[in-house]
Design a protein around this ligand. Structure first.
Ligand code: PFF
Length: 453
C-alpha cells in the first residue's frame, strides 16, 4: 500500500486491470477506428505505434514513478518530490482540471452510449429505418431530458464504484469487466470478419495510404496516443500511488500499453469489415458509432440485434472503467481536503454533472446551442480543449519534471524497486526518450498545433 491514506491495489494483476481499464475506453472503440481510417490506415498505424511506445509509454512510466515515489495526489506529488520547487504543484492542478473537463464531456458521450445500449435491448433501434438514423441521433442528442438522465445514471454507476474503494471498488470491477470486454470484442470481430465482403474493411484499416497521412494526421496520432493511454493528466500518477511497492513498473506499463493497442486494433477489426460488408460509408467520423453502425446492425437481421446489444454494452463498459479513473483522480484530490472518500466522490459528481449538462444542452440543436464561446458551442470547446490542447500541454510539463527536475537517483531507485529489478533499459529510457525525444516531440506538436490554429 503506497498512499498516505493506506489505500492501494492488492496485486500487480489488479493494478494492470485497473490501469488498462482507464486506458481502454471510448478513445479505443469510438475514436481510434475512424481516425485511423481517415489518416491513411496502415500509414497512420506506423506513426501511432511509434508515439505510443516512445512517448505514451514513457509518460506512463514517468507518472507511475512520480505517483508511487510520492504516494500523493497529483497536486502534492510534485512538491513532495522537489520541495524546493513548490510551483510545480500547478502542473498537478492543471492535470486535475483537465481530468474534470474530460470527465464532463466523457459523461455526455457515455450517456449516449448507454441510451443506445438501452434502445438496442428494447428493440427500439431495430424499428428505425436506415435513412432515419442520422435524424434519430440528432434529435436524441439535442434534446434535454433523456441525455441528461443517461448521464446521471452513468455517473451514479461510476460514483458507486469509487465509493467502494480502490481495491474493493475499482480493482474488483476492473478485474471483472476487462475480461468480459475482451470476450465481447473478440466475438464481434469473428462475426464481422465472417461477413461477405469483409476484406475491404480490413484493407481500409490496414493498407498504408501515405497520401492521407497529413501533418494534421501526425498531430492526431500523438493526441490519440496520449488520450488513449490516459497519460499527461495525472490519472496515472494517482494509479501509480496505488501500485504495490514490488510491482515492476516497466512490465506493468508494457502490459497496459499492449492491451490498449490491441483493443484499439480489434475495435477497428470489429467495425470496418461490417461497415464495408453492408455497403456503408466508412468515413462517418464521430457519428460512425451512432449513425452508421446501427444501419449495419439492422441489415444483419436477428443476429444484428445481438451484435448491436453486445457492441453498445461493450462500449458502455469500456467507458465506465475510464470514467472511474477520472472520477477517482478528482476524488483522491478532494479526499485530501478532509471530505473523505464518499463525501468527495459525491461533491465532484455534483460539480461535474452541471458542466456535463451544460455541454449536453449545447450539442447540436440543443437548448443552449446558441450560446457560443470563441465562436464554438460549449461542447465543441470542451472537445477541442480536452482532445487537442490541454493533454499535450500537461504531458509536456510532466515529462519535463520527470526528465529534468526530479532526482535521477529517485527514479532509478523506484524503477529498480530499490535495486531488486534490473533496469538495463534505463539509459535509452531516461537519457534519450524521457529527456529529449518525448519533450521535443510534444513541443513540436504543440507549436505546430498553435500555428495551424
Ligand atoms: N483513455 C480513455 C479512452 O481512451 O477512452 C480516456 C481517458 C481516461 C483519457 C482517463 C484521460 C484520462 F485521464
Amino acid at each position: 500500500m503506497a498512499t498516505k491514506t493506506g489505500e492501494g491495489f492488492s496485486s500487480s494483476f489488479g493494478a494492470i486491470m485497473a490501469a488498462a481499464g482507464s486506458a481502454v475506453g471510448l478513445g479505443n472503440i469510438w475514436r481510434f477506428p475512424y481516425i485511423c481510417g481517415k489518416y491513411g490506415g496502415g500509414a497512420f498505424l506506423i506513426v501511432y505505434i511509434v508515439f505510443v511506445l516512445f512517448i505514451g509509454m514513457v509518460l506512463m512510466m514517468g507518472e507511475f514513478v512520480i505517483g508511487r515515489r510520492s504516494g500523493e495526489d497529483p497536486m502534492k506529488a510534485y512538491p513532495a518530490l522537489k520541495p524546493k520547487r513548490p510551483g510545480w504543484k500547478y502542473v498537478g492542478l492543471a492535470g486535475l482540471m483537465t481530468c474534470f473537463l474530460i470527465l464532463a464531456i466523457y459523461l455526455v458521450i457515455s450517456g449516449w452510449t448507454l441510451n443506445y445500449f438501452w434502445e438496442s435491448l428494447t428493440g427500439r433501434l431495430a424499428g428505425i429505418a436506415d435513412s432515419d438514423f442520422g435524424e434519430h441521433f440528432k434529435q436524441f442528442a439535442s434534446s434535454a431530458g433523456r441525455p441528461l438522465l443517461c448521464v446521471a445514471i452513468f455517473l451514479a454507476l461510476t460514483a458507486l464504484v469509487i465509493v467502494g474503494g480502490v481495491d474493493k471498488g475499482i480493482e474488483r470491477v476492473s478485474k471483472l469487466l476487462m475480461p468480459i470486454l475482451v470476450v465481447l470484442l473478440i466475438a464481434l470481430c469473428v462475426r464481422s470478419l465472417t461477413l461477405e465482403g469483409a476484406s475491404a474493411g480490413l484493407s481500409y484499416l490496414f493498407k498504408p495510404d501515405f497520401s492521407k497521412l497529413t501533418g494534421e494526421g501526425v498531430l492526431a496520432a500523438l493526441g490519440q496516443a496520449l488520450f488513449s493511454l490516459s497519460v499527461g493528466m495525472g490519472v496515472m500518477i494517482v494509479y501509480g500511488s496505488y501500485l504495490p511497492k514490488d510491482d515492476n513498473i516497466l512490465k506493468t506499463s508494457l502490459w497496459i500499453t499492449v492491451c490498449d493497442f490491441a483493443i484499439a486494433i480489434l475495435s477497428g477489426v470489429a467495425i470496418f469489415p461490417a461497415v464495408f460488408a453492408c455497403g456503408q460509408d466508412p468515413t462517418g467520423g464521430p457519428g460512425l458509432v451512432y449513425q452508421v453502425l446501427p444501419v449495419v446492425f439492422n441489415s444483419m437481421g436477428t443476429i444484428g440485434r445481438i451484435f448491436s446489444i453486445t457492441f453498445f454494452l461493450l462500449l458502455s463498459l469500456a467507458a465506465l472503467t475510464s470514467a472511474i479513473s477520472l472520477l477517482e483522480a478528482l476524488t483522491q484530490w478532494f479526499s485530501g481536503k478532509r471530505l473523505g472518500r464518499t463525501g468527495s466522490a459525491l461533491t465532484v459528481s455534483l460539480l461535474v454533472i452541471f458542466l456535463a449538462a451544460a455541454a449536453s444542452f449545447s450539442f447540436g440543436d440543443g437548448i443552449w446551442s446558441g450560446f457560443k464561446i470563441a465562436g464554438m458551442s460549449l461542447f465543441d470547446l470542451l472537445d477541442k480543449l480536452t482532445g487537442t490542447i490541454l493533454p499535450p500541454v500537461c504531458a509536456l510539463m510532466t515529462i519535463i519534471f520527470f526528465g529534468w527536475v526530479m532526482n535521477k537517483e529517485d527514479i532509478i531507485d523506484e524503477l529498480s524497486n530499490h535495486g531488486m529489478v534490473k533496469i538495463g533499459y534505463f539509459k535509452l529510457f531516461y537519457h534519450i526518450l524521457a529527456r529529449v525525444v518525448a519533450p521535443l516531440a510534444l513541443l513540436i506538436v504543440l507549436v505546430a498545433g498553435i500555428i495551424g490554429g
